[in-house]
Each structure stands twice: as C-alpha cells, then as structure tokens.
Design a protein around this ligand. Sequence first.
Ligand code: ADP
Ligand code: MG
Length: 247
Amino acid sequence: MVDPVLDIRDIRKQFGALKASDGISLDLKQGEIHALIGPNGAGKSTLIGQIAGRLKPDSGSVHFLGQDISTQSTVQRARLGLGRTFQVSALAMENTVLENVVLGALGNRGKAFGFFKPVMHDKELLLQARAALERVELIDDEACITAELSHGQRRQLEVAVALTMQPKAFLMDEPMAGMGADGSKKLTKLLRELSNDAPILLVEHDMDAVFALADRISVLVYGKIIATGSVDEIRANPDVRTAYLGD
Ligand code: ADP
Ligand code: MG
C-alpha cells in the first residue's frame, strides 16, 4: 500500500497579486480524515481545485499513490481513483435517485450517455448502483425523484455517485454546508465509515464535525498552512486560536 496516498508539494497559485496558495505542502495518509480549516478566502477551495485538476497551479506538484498526476486532467485523476463530491451539485434533479447513481457509474466508466433507458436494465450497473445506495442508506428512496430529496439526502446521493468509482481517496469541499443538525450527524457517521475504505481530505466549516472526525487538522490562513496536528494540538495552539478560532 502506498502511503501517503496524496502528497501535495509546495503548491503556488496567484490570482493577480493575490497569493491564494503560497507554498502549500500537505499529505493524506491511508485510513485518515485530514481536515483543512481556515477562514473564508483562505484558499481552501483553490487548493482542492488544484488537487482535483480543475485549476492549474503556477508551480508545485501533486502525487497520488506514488504517481505524479500534476499534468493530468480531472477525468484522468478521477479514473485513477481520486473521488470528489461537489460544492455545486452535479445531480440530475428530474431523474430518480437510482438513475443518478447509474448515470454516475456509467460516466465514470467512460461510456457514452446516449441510450439511457436500456442502461437501466444493465444488471452489473444496477448491482453496483444499489450497493452504493445501500452504503449511504438511501436504498429505500431509489425510486424518488432527486428534486424531492432533502438537502442532506442529496449530499448522501452525491457520496453514492462518488462511491461507484471505487475511489482510493476522497476530496470533499464543505459537505456539511447548509445542513441541519440531523443531516450533519448522519453525514458525520457516513464519512467515518467511508474513511475505512479511502482516506478523506475534508474542507469543513462545521467545527463540531471537524473535531468529531479529524485524525489530523491543517489550518490554512492567507494561502499558508500555519499549523498541522491532532484535534487536541490544534485546539490548544495559540496561533490557531488567534487566527481562526476567534480568541
Ligand atoms: P476558501 O475556499 O478558503 O474560502 P478560496 O480558495 O475560494 O477560499 O479563495 C481564496 C482567495 O482566492 C479568495 O480571496 C478569492 O477571492 C480568490 N479567488 C478564488 N478564485 C479566484 C479566481 N478564479 N480569480 C480570482 N480570485 C480568485
Ligand atoms: Mg471554499
């Protein structure tokens, strides 16, 4: 097993004069949830975008399972097993829950989307899709129209879509955003379970969730990581308290 799974080395990205990533290095180890926290505008989403391949860094590299993936596209990275959930939902609202997962699984295999109906009878795809729905506890809702799901259920569905490509690492940008207490609780439990399959790099504002979930926390402020450590270390760090936790 390759460890670390993800190795980000000295990533730099400027927007005009703004250093959104000012020499960021961090890694994601097998089995862990590594939370990335920091104030609004710190550069968290910019970093996730560069790891996923949506944004090109000015310099620095991203290694995934020992391979330099810095020049690969988002699709290539996804096929290698870099799973993402999206800040902006990519779900087809008018389709059923099951259809969304089948469509996702299909897309992830690089097949054309064309003949949609027959695909819904592909036994192997259905099996894979239902296993993912089982995992996120949405199997009873497989026939529901996606638009009718609660916000929390849509997040669960996005995780199911991500699961169909059997990811070897997850990137998640604020999965708890806009969720009520029940939804966050459910998703917290799900993320804990998922981390047994594949480690998670988790950007999250909900500090209760972060403190409950993270094996390690890195704190990003103005494009720089100012501290990395365990929950206890980060909570006790005076620089972090000043810069972020509001003391
Ligand atoms: P976070 O996710 O931590 O809130 P972002 O990564 O979204 O922060 O943004 C970091 C900084 O980079 C912010 O000041 C933001 O305004 C700026 N920024 C992000 N994307 C762009 C862009 N495409 N063009 C110019 N500035 C950007
Ligand atoms: Mg963001």
